[in-house]
Design a protein around this ligand. Structure first.
Ligand code: SF4
Length: 236
């Protein structure tokens, strides 16, 4: 093509702008020591990546600290846009996480774990090893001794009382993740990557809200006015 020749629309590379929330993993150790790691669930690769990968990625436009920490990218658009997913059967649960998680290492004491649960208003907290792989979970209920049972010594290591954890892989569809929660009688579950490292917490309320929004998006794509969506008068 000669210099200055106009570029036809069908010759332009098709691309779209995508924002990825940064998922921060806080690892709390004994005596309140804290370390943090940062990942995003890359919508282009459909898997989580460390933030360092984004810094070196050709699709990265910016890494923004505020208002919500995010990675902004321009990624190629496929020939066909993925169809709407009002049932949540194709959307990976990792891609709907808005925030990361706080976890503890096994050296944390019973007293420290209980204080963390209370300060963060949590029902449970995951326990990870030195590679950040999840190895267990401590539930709030663990600290409520059954009648006649011994109370856990406050300086006991949490490793002794943690139990096995229910987790879901980041690529599991939203609908399936909700089924795991229902089958396990849980309100929230930890989402992990290929190595078993926690990315964030998936809560049933967040999943159900996502399904409602996805249904609205699908109806909007079909041209159904928002008022009709709101009043449930869609008879098509
Ligand atoms: S910068 Fe690259 S690796 Fe990071 S989220 Fe965007 S497309 Fe994925």
């Amino acid at each position: 093509m000669g210099e200055g020749a106009p570029v036809r629309d069908d010759e332009r590379p098709r691309a779209k702008h995508v924002s990825h929330p940064i998922l921060r993993l806080d690892i709390v150790g004994a005596n309140g020591a804290r370390e943090s790691e940062y990942r995003v669930f890359c919508k282009y690769q459909q898997r989580s990546v460390p933030i360092g990968t984004c810094s070196a990625c050709a699709h990265c436009d910016a890494i923004l600290p505020a208002p919500t920490p995010s990675v902004e990218c321009t990624i190629p658009l496929d020939e066909t846009e993925p169809p709407p997913d009002p049932q949540g059967v194709r959307t990976a649960v990792g891609g709907v996480l808005a925030a990361g998680a706080t976890v503890i290492d096994p050296s944390v004491t019973v007293r420290e774990a209980l204080a963390l649960l209370r300060s963060e208003n949590r029902r449970s907290v995951a326990v990870v090893d030195e590679k950040r792989t999840i190895i267990g979970v401590v539930h709030e209920a663990t600290f409520v001794p059954k009648p006649g049972a011994r109370k856990e010594p406050p300086n006991e290591s949490i490793a002794r009382i943690m139990s096995g954890s229910v987790v879901v892989h980041e690529s599991l569809p939203v609908r399936k993740a909700l089924e795991v929660l229902a089958a396990s009688h849980l309100r929230e579950v930890t989402v992990v990557n290929e190595d078993g490292v926690p990315l964030g917490l998936f809560r049933d309320v967040d999943g159900l809200r996502w399904l409602v929004d996805a249904r609205d998006r699908e109806r909007t794509a079909r041209g159904i006015p928002r008022e009709e969506q709101k009043h449930g008068r869609d008879l098509r």
